[in-house]
Design a protein around this ligand. Structure first.
Ligand code: UD1
Length: 356
């Protein structure tokens, strides 16, 4: 039996096509939700919209500092693995649940597969970078979304025969829903005009300290002078951003986190996206929507070299300039190789031959 571990919002879109492929191939895995994200708007709505089966277990771990959350995840996962003796554990992305599962499985000698392996921002200040490096070091099967990922893994001493370039399962989910999105419904729900921008923010580098948050709020203020912005706001950092005047920016509307289908519908007809998320850089590339990433680096450079993404950091002058350029002359991108909607199927086949 194989156990697939998910824990937070972006994991759900990545796991959905893999779990669906395995169910179609008559090898349904056990699905475990760690409970790292627990609000209905951060978790349940994704299971409903993506048709993910109800998890077989929810470990209810919740929030905490990195050490507390990771320790709680490890305790709960060790108990689960001892009780269920899986033949393999499959982990997704770069969140604390991913790291915790890989560490626990490895010490119990359970082989681990990492979906979205080999991405590197080369910025160890990012908690996710630490999670990526450790998870990859401990996994024996590596599923990559982008050609450069294999080079990163090989340079870190990881054996090439476990590396499989399979494409991007998050894009499988996007392509599955792309043609049935209710864009007009979502736009009218938020009373958006024809030209609008969508923003998201949650990275510690933007929302954890006052100076960065002040820069971000000023950046949004300047862009909102050009085009109205809708910002569905992650709970993390809301307090600091509000302290810096987020709610007083004209033409910027802050709303609660929204479901996957509404979000993608809004992005698909946006004039501009501003984000510090990883996945949204990829989704805008496939949708051909100009994306300004409010970070100094990205673990997804193909979205810049081939797609419609540009890194701008959070300096208001830089953001304003780049926004004007993108509004005047939107970038034209291409779709990265194998982002074709079949990654889940490919991952499923490799897992089947590894005994799923
Ligand atoms: C986590 C991931 C990040 C991913 C993001 C997607 C890590 C280290 N980070 O960041 O890579 O991009 O998820 O959203 O794993 N909270 C709620 N309700 C929830 C979940 C969280 O209110 O359902 C609040 C809590 O105040 C919590 C804070 O958000 O302390 C941070 O949650 P956490 O899961 O620790 O990290 P994220 O910032 O969500």
């Amino acid at each position: 039996m194989h156990i697939h571990i998910v824990g937070a919002r972006p994991n759900f879109m990545k796991a959905a096509p893999v779990v669906a492929a395995l169910r179609e191939q008559d090898a349904p895995p056990m699905l475990v939700h760690t409970g790292q994200h627990y609000d209905a708007a951060m978790s349940d709505i994704f299971f409903d919209q993506l048709g993910l089966p109800e998890p077989d277990r929810n470990l209810g771990v919740g929030s905490g500092s990195h050490a507390r959350q990771t320790a709680a995840l490890m305790l709960a996962l060790e108990e689960l693995f001892l009780e269920t003796s899986p033949e393999r554990v499959v982990v997704y992305g770069d969140i604390n649940s991913t790291l915790a599962a890989a560490v626990v499985a490895s010490k119990l000698h359970i082989p681990t597969a990492h979906v979205e392996a080999g991405l590197r921002s080369f910025d160890r200040q990012m908690p996710e970078e630490v999670n990526r490096v450790v998870t990859d070091a401990l996994s024996d099967l590596h599923f990559t979304t982008s050609p450069e990922a294999e080079d990163h893994l090989v340079r870190e001493g990881i054996a090439g025969d476990g590396i499989h370039f399979v494409g991007n399962p998050m894009i499988d989910t996007l392509l599955r829903f792309r043609d049935v999105l209710d864009t007009e419904g979502a736009k009218s729900h938020f009373e958006l005009p024809d030209r609008y921008a969508v923003a998201t923010l949650h990275r510690p580098s933007n929302v954890d300290d006052r100076e960065s948050a002040a820069n971000v709020v000023e950046s949004l203020r300047r862009v909102a002078d050009e085009v109205p912005i809708l910002l569905p706001l992650h709970p993390r950092g809301r307090g600091v951003l509000e302290e810096q005047g987020l709610l007083k920016v004209p033409s910027l509307r802050v709303v609660e986190p929204i479901g996957y289908l509404e979000f993608i519908a809004l992005v698909s007809s946006a004039t501009l996206v501003l984000t510090d998320s990883g996945g949204i850089q990829e989704e805008t590339t496939v949708l051909g929507i100009p994306c300004l990433t409010l970070r100094e680096n990205t673990e997804r450079p193909i979205t810049v070299s081939m797609g419609t993404n540009r890194l701008v950091g959070n300096d208001p002058d830089e953001v304003e300039l780049a926004a004007k350029e993108f509004l005047d002359d939107p970038p034209r991108g291409r779709i990265p190789p194998l982002w074709d909607g079949r990654a889940g199927e490919r991952i499923g086949s490799v897992l089947r031959s590894a005994g799923a």
